[in-house]
Design a protein around this ligand. Structure first.
Ligand code: IPM
Ligand code: MN
Length: 357
């Protein structure tokens, strides 16, 4: 029997509620596919920080490196100043585990209310490959004369040839494997960010020569936001930097029906990857059993795919589609017609009943 060791970080807010449902679904699959999961829970997050003053304790990263994947709920606490947990936990994990890709599928599932009039599931089905360890996120820059009228604040976008190239290569490979149009769009801002996106553009075109079967395209980030709304069917795979990827994937989540369904993977193809619903900790819904666990469940599916359990991953997607298509009244918290745990029960039941093929 194949077995996988998974570090589980439920985290803050509604994180634990949705991760519980994700684990329920994974457990339901394990019998069917002869997979054994060894889950080990870690209590990193806002509550622990408030108790101990520690974000990630010493040795945590070394410990996490021993697992085959990390399954994360949400990081963010209303009583902790913005930036501390994000930098101290989430970004630190992404950076130190060198998870240089943030993979975010944007797919409109059947039955889901799309805020864009007349768009159907066949119109919204693309994937954003977001660089995840560089750009504006590195913390480069600084402040001078803080608090005075002469204050100077800089925040620099760091783009390395190596970092850009590995991200672009991943995107081409991903696009090649994805059974769609085989079209890769670089999303940048070459008309203003003439150093950073010049590097991106040159790298993109150089790597493109190795992929003659892939159609390449370029769009400025502002235009991309426009087209996500106007013509989302134009996109297949999009590759972009960290900051633009952050922004356009929130818009992507909205056009696919909201944060309740948006899943993502922080991927290190040669190391430990981490999977999470991208919606955050949703403090106002915490403990109410009303938020949608599908994003977390689908993140679990992405984790299975990364582990090589492709058929099990497909089954999660199939079950999630059945749930949106036939059961949920809405994807929004409190409006689903089901509680968080009932949605988990439903998906767990479906994955045992449905056939993956
Ligand atoms: C995301 C989040 C994070 C980011 C925050 C919480 C640091 O918005 O995963 O998209 O900006 O990457
Ligand atoms: Mn974000």
């Amino acid at each position: 029997m194949k077995s996988y060791t998974i570090a589980v970080i439920p985290g803050d807010g509604t994180g634990p509620e949705v991760i519980r449902e994700g684990l329920k679904v994974l457990d339901a699959l394990s019998g069917k596919f002869g997979i054994k999961f060894n889950f080990q829970h870690f209590d990193f997050g806002g509550a622990r920080y408030l108790r101990t003053g520690e974000t990630l304790p010493d040795g945590a990263l070394d410990e996490l490196k021993k697992f085959q994947a990390i399954y994360l709920g949400a990081i963010g606490h209303p009583d902790v100043k913005p930036g501390i947990l994000e930098r101290g936990i989430l970004l630190r994990l992404r950076f130190e585990l060198d998870q240089y890709i943030n993979l975010r599928p944007v797919k409109l599932y059947p039955g889901v209310d799309c805020p864009i009039k007349d768009k159907k599931p066949e119109d919204i089905d693309f994937v954003v490959v977001r660089e995840n360890t560089e750009g504006l996120y590195t913390g480069a820059g600084g402040v001078l004369k803080k608090g005075t009228l002469d204050e100077v604040a800089t925040q620099e976008s760091i783009n390395t040839r190596k970092g850009v190239e590995r991200c672009v290569r991943f995107a081409f490979e991903y696009c090649k494997k994805r059974n769609k149009e085989k079209k890769l769009t670089l999303c940048g801002k070459t008309n203003v960010l003439t150093y950073a996106f010049d590097l991106w553009e040159r790298t993109f075109h150089e790597v493109a020569k190795e992929y003659p079967d892939i159609t390449t395209d370029y769009a400025h980030v502002d235009a991309v936001t426009m087209w996500f709304v106007k013509n989302p069917e134009w996109f297949d795979v999009i590759v972009t930097d960290n900051m633009f990827g952050d922004i356009i994937t929130d818009l992507g989540a909205m056009i696919q029906g909201g944060m309740g369904i948006a899943a993502g993977g922080n991927i290190n193809p040669d190391g430990v990857s981490m999977f999470e619903p991208i919606g955050g900790s949703a403090p106002k819904y915490t403990g109410k059993n009303v938020v949608n666990p599908l994003a977390a469940i689908c993140a679990g599916g992405m984790m299975l795919e990364q582990l090589g359990e492709v058929r099990a991953a497909l089954l999660i997607e199939k079950a999630a589609m059945e749930v949106t298509g036939k059961h949920l009244k809405s994807l929004a918290a409190g409006k689903m017609g089901y509680s968080t745990s009932e949605v988990g029960d439903l998906v767990a039941k479906l994955v045992t009943e449905l056939s993956p093929d």
